[in-house]
Design a protein around this ligand. Structure first.
Ligand code: NAD
Length: 337
């Protein structure tokens, strides 16, 4: 079975998906769409065999089964609606939306299309380190989680100051991991932010999440100018500590064992010991994209459901609101059913 793919948004991360799907068995990238003609041209040059199309033509094309949406968060809802209206499977990037109501609407739409795979690009869920941590929690190795601290420094040049949530756009990875590991309902969020240069936009945000059962999460996300520190400049530096009633666990990806940067292709990867049974190396994005293809081939379920991403977005959005108000506690609504 070959799955035909159309890509809407082929900037930085859309090209990363194009690269991964181009080498995954069973996937055929066919159509590319972007509002920026230079990005379309570059994608067609680097991925021969792809054809340019506008979004409406792309989703309607019989050549594609699935759409990969890699545009800024505000545009996700309309594009997911368009893709599902044409019966396509959807891989949409995180954060699921900017507005939590849009994220809930996407989750409701996914629920209304149970025969389509709607997956969100929370690729860290496919990182072996976090899969091991999750298994330790579900196996009862640490008892009931009561506290978690998560910190991630992300290279500024892989992010975009135009993203409305600022560094919290990147923090949704950790927020989703926190919710996944803690297994309790988040009830309120408090956050504060700092700028490196006045007026330049937030570079660091700290956030606290209180859970219904009294547990606490403490997060820190930073956008850092790592450019001169190659090879680690290409990597996010995440760390996590979880304490429970029966034990504790740590994840430390501060120093990746292997990091590769191809200057000519401006492509980087860090294998992260993700083993998925083919090829000679894989990144978390490879693993996430492979899981998307497998879910389509097997008729679901979604490897990263929109409902989970909507809850993570609600927390990130509340942190964004709180940081704008210098630390006011923002209560969270109950998660969408
Ligand atoms: N999962 C991850 O680890 C990860 C990493 C980086 C980025 N992302 C996410 O991917 C998304 C895109 O990020 P990026 O770094 O590629 O940004 P980018 O700015 O490099 O690329 C976005 C592209 O979308 C295009 N675009 C915008 N609106 C469009 C529309 N309506 N139709 C068609 N094209 C449109 C822009 O012209 C641009 O080329 C964001 O949501 C971001 O958070 C995820």
């Amino acid at each position: 079975m070959t799955i035909g793919l159309g890509f809407i948004g082929v900037g930085n991360h859309g090209r990363h998906h194009l690269h991964e799907f181009s080498r995954l068995p069973g996937a055929a990238p066919r159509l590319v769409c972007d509002l920026n003609p230079a990005h379309v041209e570059a994608a067609q040059r680097d991925f021969p065999g792809t054809t340019a199309a506008d979004a409406a033509t792309l989703v309607a094309s019989p050549a594609i089964d699935a759409v990969v949406i890699c545009t800024p968060a505000e545009s996700h809802r309309a594009l997911v609606e368009l893709a599902l209206a044409h019966g396509r499977h959807v891989l949409v990037e995180k954060p699921l939306a900017h507005d939590p109501a849009d994220a809930r609407a996407i989750a409701a739409l996914a629920a209304a299309h149970p025969d389509r795979v709607v997956m969100v690009g929370h690729c860290e869920r496919f990182n072996r380190a976090y899969l091991d941590a999750r298994r330790a929690v579900t196996d009862g190795e640490v008892g009931t989680p009561r506290f978690i601290a998560a910190s991630r420094l992300s290279p500024l040049h892989l992010n975009n100051r135009a993203w409305r949530l600022g560094p919290l756009d990147t923090a949704v990875h950790d927020i989703d991991l926190i919710l996944w590991l803690m297994g309790d309902r988040p009830v309120s969020v408090t956050a504060r932010a700092a700028e490196r240069a006045t007026g330049a936009g937030w570079d660091h945000v700290t956030y606290d999440i209180r859970f219904a059962g009294g547990a606490l999460a403490q997060g820190h996300i930073g956008w850092v100018d790592f450019r001169n520190g190659y090879p680690l400049s290409q990597n996010a530096h995440p760390r996590l500590f979880l304490d429970g009633t029966g034990g504790s666990l740590t994840v430390n990806l501060w120093q990746r064992p292997v990091a590769v940067h191809n200057n000519q292709a401006n492509r980087y990867f860090w294998p992260d010991e993700v083993v998925i049974g083919y090829g000679d190396y894989a990144t978390v994005v490879t693993a996430a994209d492979a899981a998307f293809l497998q879910a389509i081939a097997h008729g679901g379920p979604s490897p990263m459901p929109a409902a989970d991403a909507a809850t993570a977005l609600a927390v990130a959005h509340a942190a964004w609101q709180s940081a704008r108000e210098d630390g006011r506690t923002i209560p969270l609504p109950p998660p969408a059913p």
